[in-house]
Design a protein around this ligand. Structure first.
Ligand code: ADP
Ligand code: MG
Length: 253
C-alpha cells in the first residue's frame, strides 16, 4: 500500500462554485469554479485583469460575490466578513510586503504570534520556550537565520517577502493565499521562494498567483489558467502551455 503523509487527504478544502463578481456591470469573475484539495499547492496564472486577485478577495471576504458559493471545509464563507474569515485559518499574502519596518525580524514574528493569540493583550504576553522555538524554527525556514536581529526595513525586497510569509506561518493558517510573491525579485530570490513554498506545501494548502513561468515550473504543481473571470484551462503546466486557447489569449502574445 502506498504511504500517504498524514497532512495529505483527498478532500476538498476550498471550493468556489459558479462565482460571479461585477464592478459596475463588468464581470471581474464570471462563473468561476475552483476546487482545491486539502494539502494541495495550486498555481493560478492568467493575463492581467483575469480576476486572480479578485478570486482571493472573494475567498478572504474583502469582496462579496454577486452569485455563487465559496466553501472552506464545510463553511460558506460568503456569510462571514473579512475579520471572521481571517480567524478561520486562511492567511493571505498581498503583493507588496507589509512588515513592520522599524522592528527586527524576530520582533515581527513575535508580534505575528502574539496577535494571533490575543490582539488586545499582545504586549503583555511573555513567550514560552515553545514559542521561542517556533519563532527560531520559522526564521530558519524562511532563510533569515543570520538576520534575526536586523531591522526589517534594512532587508532586501525578497527577504521582506519571506519575512511576511513567516509572519503568516506564525498564525498557523490551514490555507495560504499568496499573490505574485516573486514580482520584483532577483532570479536567486525567485528560486529560493519556490523552494520555500514547496517546503510550506508539505504542511499547508497553498494557492499561489504568479506570472513568472520559470517560477511556476519550479513549483511543479497543478495549474489553473484564468481568463476573463473564469477557468480557461487546468492541469499540469505542460498541458496548459500546449492548450491552444491558452496560447491564443495568454502565452502566445
Ligand atoms: P488580476 O489580479 O488577474 O490581474 P484583478 O482581479 O485585479 O485581476 O481584476 C480583474 C478585473 O476587475 C480588472 O479588469 C480590474 O480592473 C477589475 N477590478 C478589480 N477590482 C475592482 C474594483 N474594486 N472596482 C472596479 N473594478 C475592479
Ligand atoms: Mg492581481
Amino acid at each position: 500500500m502506498t504511504q500517504v503523509p498524514p497532512h495529505r487527504s483527498v478532500e476538498t478544502l476550498l471550493f468556489l462554485d459558479n462565482v460571479t463578481v461585477s464592478f459596475d456591470g463588468f464581470k471581474a469573475l464570471n462563473g468561476l469554479n475552483l476546487d482545491v484539495q486539502s494539502g494541495e499547492m495550486r498555481a493560478i496564472i492568467g493575463p492581467n485583469g483575469a480576476g486572480k486577485t479578485t478570486m482571493m478577495d472573494v475567498v478572504t471576504g474583502k469582496t462579496k460575490p454577486d452569485t455563487g458559493r465559496v466553501t472552506f471545509r464545510m463553511t460558506d464563507l460568503t456569510r462571514y466578513d473579512e475579520a471572521a474569515i481571517a480567524t478561520m485559518g486562511i492567511g493571505r499574502k498581498f503583493q507588496k510586503p507589509t512588515v513592520f519596518e522599524s522592528h527586527t525580524v524576530w520582533d515581527n514574528l513575535e508580534l505575528a504570534l502574539k496577535s494571533r493569540r490575543d490582539p488586545l493583550t499582545s504586549l503583555r504576553w511573555r513567550l514560552s520556550t515553545a514559542d521561542r522555538d517556533r519563532i527560531a524554527a520559522t526564521i530558519a525556514r524562511i532563510g533569515l537565520d543570520a538576520d534575526s536581529a536586523r531591522i526589517a526595513g534594512a532587508l532586501s525586497h525578497g527577504q521582506k517577502q519571506w519575512l511576511e510569509i513567516g509572519m503568516l506561518l506564525m498564525q498557523e493558517p490551514e490555507l495560504l493565499l499568496v499573490d505574485e510573491p516573486v514580482a520584483g525579485m532577483t532570479d536567486g530570490e525567485t528560486e529560493k521562494t519556490a523552494l520555500l513554498l514547496r517546503d510550506i506545501a508539505r504542511t499547508h494548502t497553498v494557492v499561489v498567483v504568479e506570472h513568472d513561468m520559470n517560477f511556476v515550473r519550479s513549483l511543479g504543481v497543478r495549474v489553473t489558467v484564468l481568463h476573463e473571470g473564469s477557468v480557461l484551462s487546468e492541469g499540469s503546466l505542460e498541458k496548459v502551455q500546449n492548450d491552444p486557447r491558452v496560447i491564443e489569449v495568454y502565452l502566445g502574445r
